[in-house]
Write a protein that binds this ligand. Structure first.
Ligand code: AMP
Length: 518
């Protein structure tokens, strides 16, 4: 396939707001897929992942564009692969030569695409849902089968190749593999505890702990631990590895939350938990795990079993480390779980259907979160310079919600409230590092950082493109454990308008969109 065709499709997808039109454009191209790199490039990542050509390298490159289109997608993929493997003495020069040669064969439009691909500007986590629909459409297989294969393999390019080459049969061959992380099941906001219980029927109500998601895989004595974005952190959490190794089983896959606790069992600040995920060996602060799901036990996959059966398996293996919760509670007993969770310093509760199977990114709402305060995970789009006590600091944040149809985030408000001096100092540096435009008022940044915002609700507002604005937004904290693709959608913001039932999209676009789940 010619690289130019891919670039044109990518531009067409960006130019329309219609989900159906995006799906149709992508599906048309996928039907002629000849290398998995087609999918990687369309979602904005080189197939080798980040290959270390950043803003500086690409910005300095001034190579006259080619007059005619000749590059193929496979050739671009090969060139980027070669770039990524150059190392040792003189590698900077050789890398520059490789990049210049590639850019020299690219037209102006192709060069623009390559620049955005290499700097991460094209990274389109938001396009994931649209891409899954496009794969289903191009291969003429049910969307649920494609989603399941993606949940298990974690790779969109592999899923596309399997779908297009082998159809439904080959997708069904994709299995849970102990040691390979599964994309986590997500939750959507509930209107209220009684409504969630009425909607879901037979439920478990569990504490919702405010820590970081972990997924644990063990086969024999080999243990792997992953974050919610499927990053492996095994080496940084030896206490969890030891604990899992001691469980009474031969193989297991568990889903749970981990956090650092105070001596009297209260949660320590979220930042302290997160600090254990980054650096090596910060062991003064031990992490405690709280497991809430079991996807595999002793050779048996449990994903398709109802939650009730998975919880039975979970108790046999993780006993004392199972998250507190009550199955089939009366309304009073469920309300008591909420009180106990809040009294223990946690966020609220999760209400889960006991008959549901484990499905990542599903559009239903088998897991619903009930929290006393509204919070949203939003994407930072830009930031204004502060004045007075804050002059010289990047202060007033521009916040965006995810477009469930794969477009860029939609601005929904600004805030400079709730920031500690420490956070202000951190963001002044971190945001400057990802600036894409400089203005007298501040900077525009690459939309990649997720921040958790507490708010009173939403209101109709002509000021922003989505037609709505946040009310009394204040910063809770940055969420380094989340990507822009995990941010809440504009539908989740719209659900906070007065008189709207949360969780119900009023998008007005065609197609169902994704749930606002995070
Ligand atoms: P949120 O990030 O607010 O959308 O809430 C979903 C997250 O809550 C999950 O990804 C988990 O990290 C976390 N969580 C805490 N307690 C539970 C629980 N009992 N069941 C599922 N997820 C939980």
């Amino acid at each position: 396939m010619l690289f130019s065709e891919l670039v044109e499709t990518s531009e067409a997808v960006a130019a329309t707001r219609s989900r159906l039109a995006k799906v149709a454009a992508l599906a048309g191209l996928l039907k002629r897929l000849d290398t998995p790199a087609v999918v990687s490039f369309l979602i904005g990542v080189p197939s080798q992942g980040r290959i270390g050509a950043g803003w500086r390298t690409v910005g300095d490159l001034a190579v006259p564009p080619a007059a005619a289109e000749s590059l193929t997608v496979a050739e671009v993929d090969e060139a980027l692969g070669a770039y990524g493997t150059v190392s040792g003495k003189g590698s900077a020069g050789r890398r520059a030569d490789l990049l210049a040669a590639l850019f020299g064969r690219a037209t102006a439009a192709e060069q623009g695409f390559l620049r955005r691909l290499l700097t991460g500007e094209l990274r389109q986590g938001a396009l994931e849902g649209v891409m899954l629909d496009a794969i289903a459409s191009a291969a003429d297989v049910p969307g649920a089968v494609v989603r399941r294969a993606f949940m298990l393999s974690g790779s969109l390019p592999d899923t596309a190749v399997a779908a297009l080459n082998g159809g439904e049969a080959e997708l069904a061959e994709v299995r849970l593999e102990v040691g390979r992380p599964v994309r986590p099941m997500l939750a959507s906001p509930a209107s209220s505890l009684p409504e969630a219980m009425a909607e879901l029927g037979s439920v478990v109500v569990e504490h919702k702990l405010d820590g970081a998601r972990i997924q644990v895989h063990r086969s024999g004595s080999e243990v792997h631990i992953f974050t919610r974005t499927l990053r492996e952190i095994t080496a940084t959490v030896p206490e969890l590895v030891d604990l899992v190794r001691a469980m009474p089983c031969t193989s297991v896959v568990l889903d749970g939350e981990t956090l650092a606790l105070t001596d009297d069992g209260k949660p320590r600040p979220f930042q302290e938990t997160m600090s254990r995920f980054g650096a090596q060996d910060v062991r003064e602060l031990l992490l405690s795990p709280f497991f809430f799901d079991c996807l595999h036990l002793d050779g048996q996959d449990l994903l398709d079993e109802p939650l009730r059966a998975r919880l039975t398996a979970l108790r046999t293996v993780a006993g004392p480390h199972v998250i507190p919760g009550v199955q089939d509670p009366t309304p009073d007993a469920a309300a008591a779980v909420v009180d106990a969770s809040l009294a223990a310093g946690h966020e609220g509760v999760m209400v889960k259907s006991l008959t549901s199977s484990y499905a990542a990114g599903r559009r239903g709402s088998a897991w619903q979160k009930v929290k006393p305060v509204h919070t949203l995970d939003l994407v930072v789009l830009g930031v204004e310079w502060g004045s007075g006590r804050r002059s010289g600091k990047l202060s007033n944040l521009h916040l965006g919600a995810r477009d469930p149809n794969g477009g860029p985030p939609v601005m929904v408000g600004k805030t400079f409230k709730g920031m500690t001096d420490e956070l202000l100092a951190w963001q002044t540096k971190a945001l400057a590092d990802i600036a894409t435009e400089d203005h007298p008022w501040g900077i525009v940044v690459n939309p990649e950082l997720v921040i958790e915002i507490e708010l009173d609700g939403a209101q109709v507002s002509p000021r922003y493109p989505g037609g709505l604005a946040l009310r009394f937004a204040r910063v809770l904290r940055y969420r380094p454990d989340k990507d822009a693709a995990d941010a809440d959608t504009i539908d989740a913001v719209r659900a906070l308008l007065p008189g709207k039932a949360p969780g119900v999209g009023t998008g007005g676009g065609e197609g169902e969109g994704e749930s606002g789940g995070t």
